[in-house]
Each structure stands twice: as structure tokens, then as C-alpha cells.
Design a binder for this molecule. Structure first.
Ligand code: DHK
Length: 142
């Protein structure tokens, strides 16, 4: 049995469904979690969300020892956090960076991702459906 896949979500994603639905859609984070668990089938999933950078780093450290792969939507930390980049550099398994919106089509401050430096792959702009696709892809990589 594989170690769990960690699905980590960054700041403000706890407001998914209500937050700028024209950009992020009406699906809630709980519904996203449910779709990830269906897509994972018998593969264990750790699904988490935090508005705290320190908490995100602690979960990445946990995944280094306990996880087989990481799917991370760092949200705004994508564009600010070298600390999260440094934590992800220590993760030995596959990492999928995920954005609900197409960040490259948005404001310039959303164009440079620190996380992409260590990501195995990046999904952006497929809406919350991107999570299900990421789980399927990661399952084939672990
Ligand atoms: C989510 C956020 O919170 C923003 O900071 C990013 C990302 C985009 C998303 O599309 O999932 O720019």
C-alpha cells in the first residue's frame, strides 16, 4: 500500500465556492476534497488547507517522511514564498503544482511561480476539475 498523497491548499482557498466565483467557480473545497477521494480510489489521501505559511511548511516536512506524492495549490504563496520552495526541494517524490485559474492569463504579479522550480508538472486553468486530474496523474507516478 502506497503512502498517502498530500493535497495541500494555501491561503483563502477555505473560501472556495464563495470567493470570486467568476474566477474560481462555485465548487466548495469540501466538494473538491470529495472529488479527489473518488479519483484516488484505494490510494490514501491527506487533504489539507491553511492560511499559514508556517503550517504549510510543516505539512511539507511531514509529507517528506509520510507521503508518496504532493499536489499543492500554494495560492498566493506561489508568488512570494522561497521558504515553501526550499521545503519542497527536500521532497523526494513527484510534485504537481495546481492552480484553479490560468495564472499566466491574469495580473503580472501572478506570472512568476517559485514553486514551478521544483514541480514535476503544473496544472493551471482547468478549474477545480484540475484537482481530480492531478490525483489521477499522480497515482500513475508513484
Ligand atoms: C489561487 C489563488 O489564491 C491566487 O493567489 C492565485 C490560485 C491563483 C488558483 O488559481 O488556484 O493567483
Amino acid at each position: 500500500m502506497n503512502k498517502p498523497i498530500y493535497v495541500l491548499n494555501g491561503p483563502n482557498l477555505d473560501r472556495l465556492g464563495k470567493r470570486e466565483p467568476e474566477i474560481y467557480g462555485a465548487t466548495t473545497l469540501a466538494e473538491v476534497e470529495a472529488s479527489c477521494r473518488i479519483a484516488a480510489e484505494d490510494q490514501a489521501i491527506e487533504f489539507r488547507q491553511t492560511n499559514s505559511e508556517a503550517q504549510m511548511i510543516d505539512w511539507i516536512h511531514e509529507a517528506i517522511d509520510e507521503g508518496s506524492g504532493i499536489i499543492i495549490n500554494p495560492a498566493a504563496f506561489t508568488f512570494t514564498s522561497i521558504a515553501i520552495l526550499d521545503a519542497l526541494k527536500m521532497f523526494p517524490g513527484p510534485i504537481i503544482e495546481l492552480h484553479i485559474s490560468n495564472i499566466h492569463r491574469r495580473e503580472p504579479y501572478y506570472h512568476h511561480s517559485y514553486v514551478s522550480k521544483v514541480a514535476t508538472g503544473v496544472i493551471a486553468g482547468l478549474g477545480t476539475n484540475g484537482y481530480r486530474i492531478a490525483v489521477r496523474a499522480l497515482r500513475d507516478m508513484i
